[in-house]
Design a protein around this ligand. Structure first.
Ligand code: GAR
Length: 216
């Protein structure tokens, strides 16, 4: 980042982009001091691309099907994103597993949001798994992305109750609402220089976070 400039983010999406929208809205209202440099999707039809266009943010599409393996896809992602010189990579419903080609290039500067109270339920179908397990609480976790899928150090968690008549869809909607609060919150801490990745951990105001910040 050049001196005096805002911290800038690249947001990677695969679908609806409601988390992206929460960033766009908070930047527009002045409650999140972050530059949105580019929105990239691996799917040309991702609805989130239209949200980006409406907000005047440059968009890029890199389709995984155009590449023979994960490493060459990740190389294309890196090459595309580097043109925008982002300080922070925000994975916001980006449904591809990333290799060390990507993770090492942006080491310590990648956020992911995962719709469970990690370390519970890494991977897919998180809401149904929480319902099937009879959990009282579900939620979402923002964490620094590392080579371990959904395994990097957590930053902030938002939890919501699981209600008796919940389906995966109704629970997902409740979790999304809390995601729209915690994800910009984490980005604001990073943009303010208060949150960093170091020695395999998340550090806030110079102290290693033993537990993620809890948000309810
Ligand atoms: C969000 O719930 C996010 O946590 C999840 O995808 C959704 C994207 O919604 N991410 C993952 O499952 C990643 N493993 P959005 O496109 O409306 O922001």
């Amino acid at each position: 980042m050049a001196a005096g400039n805002k911290v800038s983010a690249a947001v990677l999406i695969s679908g609806s982009g409601t988390n992206l929208q929460s960033f766009i809205d908070k930047v527009a209202s002045g409650t999140l001091d972050l530059g949105l440099a580019v929105v990239l999707s691996n799917k040309p039809g991702a609805a989130g691309l239209e949200r980006a266009r409406q907000a005047g943010i440059p968009v890029e599409c890199v389709q995984h099907g155009d590449y023979p393996d994960r490493e060459s896809f990740d190389t294309a992602l890196v090459d595309t994103l580097d043109r925008y010189v982002p300080d922070l990579i925000v994975l916001a419903g980006f449904m591809r597993i990333l290799t060390p080609v990507f993770i090492d290039h942006f080491a310590g500067r990648i956020f992911n949001i995962h719709p469970s109270l990690l370390p519970k339920y890494p991977g897919l179908d998180t809401h149904q798994r929480a319902i099937d397990a009879g959990d009282q609480w579900a939620g979402s976790t923002v964490h620094f992305a590392t080579e371990e899928l959904d395994g990097g150090p957590p930053i902030i968690q938002g939890r919501v109750p699981v209600l008796p008549d919940d389906t995966a869809d109704t629970l997902a909607a409740r979790v999304l609402a809390v995601e729209h609060r915690i994800y910009p919150e984490a980005a604001a801490l990073f943009a303010a220089g208060r949150l960093r990745y170091r020695d395999g951990g998340a550090w806030l105001d110079g102290e290693r976070l033993d537990q993620p910040i809890q948000y309810e």
